[in-house]
Ligand binder design. Structure first.
Ligand code: UTP
Length: 287
């Protein structure tokens, strides 16, 4: 079984739910406490053993690449002023480990993943959507890679979602269950609550076999007029092993304002440097 060395980060979306914040900066550069969403996702990937990060970007998204580059002037100025560069440590990536490719038009998540086909090549790979901030120990992708070691094939991160929200997710038709692993018998993108085959939703982490790329090149537009990753994955079911893994992690949907605010609060309360002041403020509000 080939190990998972590469991860694709589709970051070419328009982020319209977050306007005006995302008019001039990428959604993935919005910060939770003191680091942008993309950094949480990259750190999660590194922890899972990923060696190459592939950003699928679009126009106006250069900040994402700059964030993982050496900021020469900043570092030189800080050094000359005797300031520590420790805060920049986790943004310095080994040379050549971050590559990017452009999705020229935001035609959908499936199309974004397909844009990385030449860099992914003929090996299994991970996909991480940075606006799904996953908080777990070990990290969400590390848990999925462990599951991959047992069953191989394709793996999606699965979470129970409220029935009234099925139209916001890819939903699994579940088969046999074994602990945290559920066999995936079918996948449907954004079904209405009354048509959803279950309430087991797919959230933004995937381990996929390279054959998905060929499928994505030939499928047409699906829900919302976009080329859907869910439709591509559905075509792999029956041809290759396909499982959902219910990870032990909390998900914050940071593509949504409420989820983003809650993520800031949750992560701030977990940080020794900011939690006391945040707690004091909450108690002043009587919360
Ligand atoms: P979303 O469905 O959240 O879309 O994409 P969006 O455009 O980012 O945001 P809204 O809905 O307009 O507010 C899920 C993920 O897929 C990526 C996004 O960047 C995000 O990480 N994506 C989506 C692409 O890279 N390209 C696309 O064409 C669509």
């Amino acid at each position: 079984m080939k190990s998972i060395r590469k991860a694709v980060f589709p970051v070419a979306g328009l982020g319209t739910r977050f306007l005006p914040a995302t008019k001039a900066i990428p959604k993935e550069m919005l910060t939770v406490v003191d680091r942008p969403l993309i950094q949480y996702a990259v750190e999660e990937a590194l922890e899972a053993g990923i060696e190459q990060m592939i950003f699928v970007t679009g126009r106006g998204k250069d900040a994402l690449e700059d964030h993982f580059d050496i900021a020469f002037e900043l570092e030189a100025t800080m050094t000359s002023r005797g300031k520590s560069l420790d805060a920049l440590d986790s943004t310095r990536m080994p040379a050549g480990s971050v590559v990017s490719v452009r999705q020229q038009q935001p035609l959908g998540l499936g199309h974004a993943v397909w844009c990385a086909r030449e860099i992914v090549g003929d090996e299994p790979f991970a996909v991480l959507l940075p606006d799904d901030l996953m908080v777990g120990r070990p990290g969400c992708l590390a848990q999925m890679v462990e599951a991959y070691g047992k069953v191989g094939g394709n793996i999606v991160c699965a979470q129970e979602v409220p029935r009234e929200r099925t139209a916001s997710y890819g939903i699994i038709t579940p088969g046999a269950q074994d602990g945290r692993l559920t066999e995936v018998k079918g996948l449907v993108e954004k079904p209405k609550p009354e048509e959803a085959p279950s309430t087991l939703g797919v959230v933004g982490r995937y381990i996929l076999q390279p054959e998905i790329m060929e499928i994505l090149s030939s499928i047409g537009k699906g829900a919302g007029g976009e080329i859907q990753l869910t439709d591509g994955m559905a075509a792999l079911i029956g041809r290759q092993p396909f499982h959902g893994v219910t990870v032990d992690a909390e998900r914050h949907d940071c593509g949504d304002k409420t989820g983003f605010v809650i993520a800031n609060l949750a992560l701030a309360l977990g940080r020794d440097d900011v939690a006391p002041a945040v707690r004091a403020y909450l108690s002043k509000l009587g919360l």
